[in-house]
Ligand binder design. Structure first.
Ligand code: NAD
Length: 487
């Protein structure tokens, strides 16, 4: 059961995982996997397309008839808990693969990505035991009760920014609810999901329940249009979400979308400034700004604007961008050459739009290889600047001053996105009333990225469809039958 052949820097060759074993693409085609911090080829990836996807879906469909969906809850829960345990046992190896794939600091892969991936399994292993059905007593006429069933074969399509964390965020509840799945990790970061497949087998998940096809958008598109797939849980760009919706329309699939964002971060004059500055450095640049929840549009009340900008710049100066394997690096490289060029093109655009770089504004000088970009703070841009309106998804934030609550609320909501927002104020009433008026799926008050997996997670407007987390995930990954008994 060896997926892999060791390569430079412990990269692995990634195959597909179908029916409990690793398989190559039928025609043998592969593509190279590049470490974005060194530009070295660290392995090959099997190039899957419709043929591999259709085979994986057929296997998953067959596995729906097996024991998985009807297995006693405690047994299935124990298997999922074991998946979490095995992820932790292989933490160092998985963290290294995640860092080689993404360019993010190794300490971050260990303490955030892999820890949280294991926790996703532990959380849903516990949660499934207490998931409830409903019952309704209709006078003395009838009793109605609900019975939840697995949705069926579910396609899990994921992006590159938090590869294992986001894949497990979908895979754990999908399996907890008794489904069979076909995973499609990002072509840019295939390694940890590929290892996860064999971990599920080792934990006791029967063959055929978990399948994985590596490849580009073509593989995701084949999954989206396959008539035997009942649902697609997708995280990625808004435009890709649209394409998936279109491809899945003829076969009417259930969809859960977690899409792009351009999240506002509002700092009122009465905020705890030190806390706001320290957290804003994180919400701007954590994971090289490649977190969908990063607050990339910062609005600061005019009376503290100069002070806030100066303090944010000073703290940002302390960040070290460099070798992801060096524990003293706060930031590593962005994920790929393509993404690097996209982010740099926005920095050029910012200049054309009249922006001023308070810090950063270019690639990191002095590092010969790799895609490293300076943490960048831009001021002086207007509300209609593309850099203020479009998702850049890199270490780039804009700051604009505001005068009144009404004015900033208007700016905050003047976007097609609606994923998350952060509000900084010590005024309790303002905090709650303002937060309630923001058109976003998640609003943090005086914090950022504080998550409880029981809470609904997702975006409104073009940032998503549906919510995941706690019972919301179960709503998505199950179908409900209402059974009526006449008395
Ligand atoms: P992407 O949409 O380019 O790719 C995501 C996945 O979709 C990849 O696996 C890709 O191969 C696949 N894909 C591409 N074309 C497809 C098609 N036509 N049909 C089916 N699948 C297809 O996104 P990305 O560049 O990998 O990730 C960055 C984006 O993800 C950003 O927009 C970011 O905001 C978003 N994101 C959102 C959340 C959230 O929770 N809302 C979390 C993380 C990332």
């Amino acid at each position: 059961m060896i997926a892999t052949e060791k390569k430079t820097m412990q990269g692995i060759d990634c195959q597909h995982w179908i029916n409990g074993k690793y398989v190559p693409t039928k025609n043998g085609k592969t593509f190279d996997n590049i470490n974005p911090a060194t530009e070295e080829v660290i392995g090959t990836v099997a190039l899957g397309g419709a043929e591999e996807v259709n085979e994986a879906v057929a296997v998953a469909k067959m596995a729906l008839k097996g024991e998985w969906g009807s297995m006693p809850l405690r047994k299935r829960s124990a298997i999922l808990r074991k998946v979490g345990d095995l992820i932790l046992e292989r933490k160092d190896e998985l963290a290294m693969l995640e860092t080689l794939d993404t360019g993010k600091p190794l300490w971050m892969s260990k303490t955030i990505d892999i820890e949280r991936a294991a926790f996703n399994f532990h959380f849903f292993a516990d949660y499934m035991i207490s998931a409830q059905d409903e019952a309704f007593h209709q006078d003395d006429i009838a009793i109605h009760y609900t019975k939840r069933k697995p949705l069926g074969v579910v396609g899990l399509i994921n992006p590159w920014n938090l590869p294992l964390l986001l894949m497990t965020w979908k895979l754990a509840p999908a399996l907890a609810a008794g489904n069979t799945v076909v995973m499609k990790p990002s072509e840019v970061t295939p390694m940890t999901a590929t290892v996860l497949a064999e971990i599920t087998k080792e934990a006791g998940v029967p063959d055929g329940v978990v399948n994985l096809v590596n490849g580009f958008g073509e593989a995701g598109a084949a999954l989206s249009s396959n008539p035997d797939v009942s649902g697609i849980a997708f995280t990625g760009e808004t435009l890709t979400g649209s394409a998936i919706m279109k491809a899945s329309a003829p076969t009417l699939k259930k969809l859960s979308f977690e899409l792009g964002g351009k999240n506002p971060n509002v700092i009122f004059a009465d905020a705890d400034l030190e806390d706001a500055v320290t957290t804003t450095v994180r919400s701007s640049f954590q994971n090289q700004g490649e977190v969908c929840l990063c607050g990339s549009r910062i609005y600061v009340e005019r009376s503290i604007y100069e002070e806030f900008v100066a303090k944010l710049v000073a703290k940002t100066k302390e960040l070290k961008v460099g070798d992801p394997l060096d524990d003293s690096s706060n930031m590593g490289s962005v994920v790929s050459e393509e993404h690097y060029n996209k982010v740099l093109s926005y920095l050029e655009l910012a200049k054309e739009e009249g922006g001023k770089f308070e810090i950063g504004g270019s690639k990191v000088e002095g590092i010969e290889k790799g895609f490293f970009i300076e943490p960048t703070i831009i001021t002086g841009l207007g509300d209609n600047a593309r850099c203020v309106r479009e998702e850049i998804f890199g270490p780039v934030v804009t700051i604009q001053p505001f005068d009144t609550e009404e004015e900033v609320l208007e700016k905050v909501n003047d976007t097609t996105y609606g994923l998350s927002a952060t509000v900084w104020t010590t005024n309790l009433k303002k905090a709650h009333t303002f937060a309630g008026k923001i058109e976003a799926g998640i609003v943090w008050i005086n914090t950022w990225f504080l998550r409880d997996l029981r809470t609904p997670f997702g975006g409104m407007k073009h940032s998503g469809i549906g919510r995941e987390g706690g019972h919301n995930s179960f709503e998505f990954y199950t179908e409900t039958t209402n059974i009526t008994v006449k008395l």
